[in-house]
Design a protein around this ligand. Structure first.
Ligand SMILES: Nc1ncnc2c1ncn2[C@@H]1O[C@H](COP(=O)(O)OP(=O)(O)O)[C@@H](O)[C@H]1O
Ligand SMILES: O=C(O)[C@@H](O)C(=O)COP(=O)(O)O
Length: 425
């Protein structure tokens, strides 16, 4: 297999979002969980998205895991590697976007790296280096209340400079709109000043196409699904990849019981849970009991098992920003997050033991904990449920045939859970 594009995603929902975008743009794509084992049977593909759970771990670990993924991808022929980060630039001042970018850049010897989290289809745009989420700057968006990576600065030139060893410059929208050559010239100018990373404005898909053309000439880029779209279109338009038609289905039906788990506390997910209450039984977990080790996962499973024969159920830890802040002040941000993620993994494991083979998970870190526990090594991409969220068919899972949907906290419409289950047959 010779890859046209290698991708390293810093969480599992982000990876499925990117795999979805690449597939829709005509690249045959698989998503792997971590660096694939040699015996994992992968189909012939144009792109591999290696999913890491590296967004919120210690920076040194994020760097070493990303590097291992890069080595694997380049070893499979990938000339260009995209480091997929969140479209809302989720990170802390200590990392991990900057440290991973610095290392991958040094490894491939690039003078300067294009960086853009723009993903217009989901309302993420970048102008004068400032990231907007819909109509508001990042720091005024719900991301200011994220449980693990609250975002308080919308100026990405500043944000990345605080995390990176290199100086950070800007390729502004006027330059992007002018032409690919104007972007090339601006990058050369910045690189000539010793600047190693350029936040690049993008508001429309056509901006990302220009950025993709230039990025594809480099060895490394950093961004969200939007730059993935630009790279994929560039690979197709320059004839490096022959466009495949996006999958119109997910193969044979899997059937059996289905369930949803929500660990995201985003506004979108809170609304989706409220909506689901009208169409399926919903259990709200008690985060205090989880952190105290009070058998909350077993209670949830005892609640869910007898209901599975009648239709899907939803188990949620999700809570308002005020309730999350209260739990965190008592137990600490990381300890609370970790305990709740592990409880979600316990519940997922118990649900699969009870026969569930169709599972929807809301939340990136939550999805990471669940997929790791279920020991799923990879996914094929099926139909799109909502922008950035495809149906996934597990490859090589211990439980056998399974369909999953891994939803970024912020993605999906109000009826997301029933929309997803409606497409997971
Ligand atoms: N009620 C709660 N109180 C505190 N933290 C919570 C609660 N529910 C979930 N969490 C934690 O919040 C984090 C949500 O992150 P994640 O799953 O990545 O969602 P998103 O996709 O919205 O970023 C996880 O670490 C999760 O365990
Ligand atoms: O780019 C995005 O917004 C998503 O692909 C993504 O990374 C989602 O992360 P979570 O919101 O933590 O699921």
């Amino acid at each position: 297999m010779t890859l046209a594009l290698g991708c390293i995603a810093d969480d599992y929902t982000g990876a499925s979002d990117l795999a979805n975008t690449l597939t829709r743009a005509g690249l045959r794509t698989v998503q792997t969980i971590g660096v694939p084992a040699d015996d994992l049977a992968l189909p012939e593909v144009d792109a591999v998205v290696v999913s890491l759970k590296s967004r919120s771990i210690e920076a040194g670990l994020a760097v070493s895991r990303s590097r291992a993924a890069e080595t694997w991808l380049r070893g499979r022929g990938a000339r260009h590697v995209l480091f997929k980060i969140c479209s809302t630039f989720d990170s802390t001042d200590a990392g991990n976007i900057g440290p991973v970018m610095d290392t991958l850049r040094a490894d491939c010897g690039e003078a300067i790296v294009l960086v853009t989290p723009a993903f217009p289809e989901t309302g993420r745009t970048v102008y004068q280096g400032n990231l907007f989420v819909g109509a508001v700057p990042l720091n005024e968006s719900p991301l200011k209340d994220h449980p693990l990576n609250p975002m308080h600065d919308s100026n990405l030139v500043r944000v990345l400079a605080r995390q990176s060893k290199t100086q950070v410059g800007l390729v502004d929208l006027a330059t992007v709109t002018r032409s690919a050559d104007a972007v090339r010239a601006r990058l050369a100018e910045l690189a000539g000043k010793g600047i190693g990373a350029a936040i690049t404005d993008a508001v429309f898909d056509r901006d990302l196409e220009t950025i993709g053309l230039v990025a594809a000439e480099h060895r490394l880029s950093v961004g969200a699904s939007g730059i993935g779209l630009g790279l994929a279109r560039a690979l197709v338009s320059t004839g490096k990849v022959k466009a495949a038609s996006a999958s119109s289905g997910t193969g044979a039906a899997v059937g059996g019981p289905s369930a949803c788990l929500a660990g995201s506390c985003s506004q979108a997910t809170l609304q989706q849970i409220a909506n689901a209450e009208r169409v399926m039984p919903v259990l709200h977990l008690d985060p205090e009991q989880i952190v105290a080790g009070g058998g909350e996962a077993q209670r949830a499973l005892a609640w869910a098992r007898p209901r599975l024969a009648d239709g899907p159920v939803l188990v949620a830890s999700s809570a308002t920003p005020e309730a999350v802040a209260a739990v965190q002040s008592r137990h600490g941000r990381d300890a609370a997050g970790h305990a709740i993620e592990q409880a979600m993994a316990d519940i997922a494991e118990g649900l699969v033991q009870a026969g569930v083979r169709r599972l929807v998970v809301a939340g990136g870190e939550t999805s990471g904990a669940v997929v790791d526990r279920l020991k799923i090594p990879g996914f094929l991409v099926g139909v799109e449920i909502a922008a950035g969220v495809p149906v996934l068919r597990a490859v090589g899972a211990e439980a056998g045939e399974m369909l999953l949907a891994l939803k970024s906290g912020n993605f999906g419409g109000p009826a997301f859970f029933s929309d997803a289950l409606g497409l997971m047959r």
